[in-house]
Design a binder for this molecule. Structure first.
Ligand SMILES: Cc1cc2nc3c(=O)[nH]c(=O)nc-3n(C[C@H](O)[C@H](O)[C@H](O)COP(=O)(O)OP(=O)(O)OC[C@H]3O[C@@H](n4cnc5c(N)ncnc54)[C@H](O)[C@@H]3O)c2cc1C
Ligand SMILES: *[C@@H]1O[C@H](CO)[C@@H](O)[C@H](O)[C@H]1NC(C)=O
Ligand SMILES: *[C@@H]1O[C@H](CO)[C@@H](O)[C@H](O)[C@H]1NC(C)=O
Ligand SMILES: *[C@@H]1O[C@H](CO)[C@@H](O)[C@H](O)[C@H]1NC(C)=O
Ligand SMILES: *[C@@H]1O[C@H](CO)[C@@H](O)[C@H](O)[C@H]1NC(C)=O
Ligand SMILES: *[C@@H]1O[C@H](CO)[C@@H](O)[C@H](O)[C@H]1NC(C)=O
Length: 483
């Protein structure tokens, strides 16, 4: 008996020592940070609103409790924090809008850097550019620009932050007209892994390339200077919610839209849902005040929508009316694959996935089994030299599963990969799959890395840039993709 107990006692005691030592060193680092910045450090024990709000994520599985939250107030603060965590080798995280779908990408048990105080939206005098602090979420930016006659190529719904969204690529309602969000960047204000504050534009072609898809591997970006685009006062758009009876017609209409639309101002997303709330959501956007001819295929959908918010309204009103929070707060994940086009057989197979895995959902604590179909035109013509390759205009399919028990995390992530593997086979049979279309980093599961996200050439270039600018691997103390 004693023989059995002794090792247990010893290991319990050493675990206690280890954990108190870790807390001590973690909080010592936090105190050191508090003494060298103008921003504020919050601890879990103080139960402040700031601590709770700052560490929150869209998916609860993307949250952890850090040793402290650091609300940085300036690039100088970010520099101080990076130098301290780098020297002490302390795990840390950077959060912008908290919509990361992978655990640990913007959460940590170490030092949590919140950008909320870096929230400027500053239009240049001639309105050709706007500097946006990365503590902003997109809807704040649209509201700030409302009535200015200019806009930015940013997020499509309420919630995502300017940070991760832009540094991962960025599919926008304006993508068919101007490319991805990262294609519209004039300059990044960056704090390098060694704490040096710098501005990166096309003159520093390696970092400029790396920050367009490479997310948090090259330092912390405090603000981005975007080129603006003209914006009409009113746009036409909104959401239509349908029951499953409308799905076959919606598939036909979306396939026709992808085949026949030539108007880059007209974009749609078709969301097919299984699990707790089976049905479909059609998001429509037109960059002009009237319903365009491009949406005519959808007039053939015989079932009436259960809800429609489609109308003529300002861009700010349109974007703040596109709620995405209905499913927020569950465990969850995104995953993705890209196609070159759409076919009705492929879309029907996607719908089959929602019913097939939707039927398994209840048994495994599942909630929503969702697939976003995102038609686009030749947006690759606007592609700049970027880590995420998109010159061939790949069409992303975005899987979003949500579930309740943590014990089912591996199960559902496994199912999502299985579903992707199946749909890749369908896409190959339909002739709409190509090996050189890579998984969009902002939608991909963390099991993907390097060439799966960036292609072999870009992944090799990213590894070289990483070795040059982060020889000590400071940024790998934060979770994220590996190249
Ligand atoms: C409801 C919802 C809607 C979405 N809609 C779209 C869409 O329309 N188009 C699209 O392309 N994607 C969309 N996405 C995906 C979205 O682009 C990614 O989730 C994106 O990473 C979110 O950025 P964030 O700043 O909110 O997330 P965060 O979790 O804050 O950050 C994501 C990653 O970026 C890093 N990061 C953030 N800020 C910085 C910074 N300043 N410097 C360095 N690294 C940083 C983080 O460390 C983390 O690794 C959507 C996601 C959700 C959940
Ligand atoms: C803090 O603010 C003071 C006064 O505004 C300024 O002089 C100093 O440079 C700031 N320090 C940092 C680290 O930002
Ligand atoms: C935290 O979030 C809540 C709910 O959105 C809000 O009412 C509160 O003002 C926020 N607090 C801070 C300090 O941001
Ligand atoms: C609507 O359906 C009819 C009958 O199938 C078809 O002839 C027509 O082309 C469709 N209209 C559009 C705009 O897709
Ligand atoms: C439906 O999906 C399942 C899971 O991917 C697959 O095994 C099955 O063959 C699909 N059925 C059809 C008719 O596509
Ligand atoms: C920080 O890194 C940059 C880029 O690698 C380099 O030019 C600079 O000299 C470094 N600064 C310090 C203080 O090491």
């Amino acid at each position: 008996m004693l023989q059995v107990l002794l090792p247990v006692l010893v290991s319990a005691a050493s675990a206690a020592i280890l954990s108190s030592r870790q807390t001590l060193s973690g909080s010592t680092v936090c105190e050191q940070i508090a003494g060298s910045i103008n921003g504020t450090v919050y601890y879990p024990t103080t139960l402040s609103d700031n601590f709770v709000n700052d560490t929150e994520h869209y998916m609860s599985s993307s949250s952890e409790t850090p040793t402290c939250v650091v609300e940085v107030a300036s690039p100088e603060d970010v520099s101080s924090v990076l130098s301290i965590v780098g020297q002490t080798r302390t795990p840390f995280a950077i959060k912008s809008g908290g919509h990361a779908s992978n655990p640990g990408f913007s959460s940590t048990t170490g030092v949590f850097i919140s950008l909320v105080r870096i929230n400027q939206v500053t239009l240049s005098a001639d309105k050709s550019t706007v500097e946006v602090g990365l503590g902003n979420v997109w809807t704040d930016v649209y509201t700030a620009l409302d009535g200015s006659d200019v806009n930015v190529v940013g997020g499509r719904v309420i919630g995502p932050g300017v940070g991760g969204f832009s540094l991962g690529g960025g599919y926008s309602w304006l993508t068919d007209q101007y490319g991805l969000t990262c294609d519209t960047v004039q300059a990044f204000n960056l704090v390098l892994p060694n704490g040096t504050i710098t501005q990166v534009d096309s003159a520093q072609s390696d970092l400029f390339f790396a920050l367009k898809g490479g997310l948090n591997r090259f330092g912390i970006v405090t603000s981005i200077i975007f080129k603006t685009v003209p914006q009409t006062n009113d746009v036409y758009g909104g959401i239509k919610l349908y029951g499953t009876d409308a799905v076959p017609d919606l598939i036909t209409a979306t396939n026709t839209f992808q085949d026949q639309n030539t108007d880059p101002k007209a974009q749609v997303i078709l969301t097919l849902n299984g699990g707790s709330v089976p049905g479909a959501i059609l998001l429509l956007f037109y960059d002009g005040p009237e319903e365009p001819a491009a949406f005519a295929p959808y007039n053939n959908v015989s079932a009436a929508p259960l809800i429609s918010t489609v109308k003529s309204q300002s861009y700010a009103s349109f974007s703040t009316g596109t709620d995405s929070d209905l499913e927020a707060g569950y465990r969850g994940a995104f995953h993705t694959m890209m196609t070159t086009s759409l076919t009705t057989a492929f879309l029907t197979a996607v719908y089959n996935e929602t019913t097939f895995y939707g039927d398994l959902a209840l048994l495994n604590g599942g909630n929503l089994i969702s697939y976003d179909v995102e038609p686009f035109l030749n947006y690759g013509q606007y592609a700049t030299d970027s880590a995420f390759p998109h010159a061939n205009s790949p069409l992303p399919l975005n899987l979003y599963y949500s579930w309740t028990p943590e014990t089912e995390d591996e199960y559902w992530r496994g199912v999502m990969q299985q579903s992707i593997d199946h749909l890749i086979e369908v896409a190959k049979a339909e002739g709409i799959f190509t090996e050189d279309a890579y998984a969009y980093p902002n939608y991909a599961l963390s099991t993907y890395s390097g060439a799966q996200l960036y292609g072999p050439t870009n992944a090799a270039r990213l590894r070289e840039i990483q070795a040059t600018y982060d020889p000590n691997g400071v940024m790998t103390l934060a979770g994220g993709f590996t190249f």
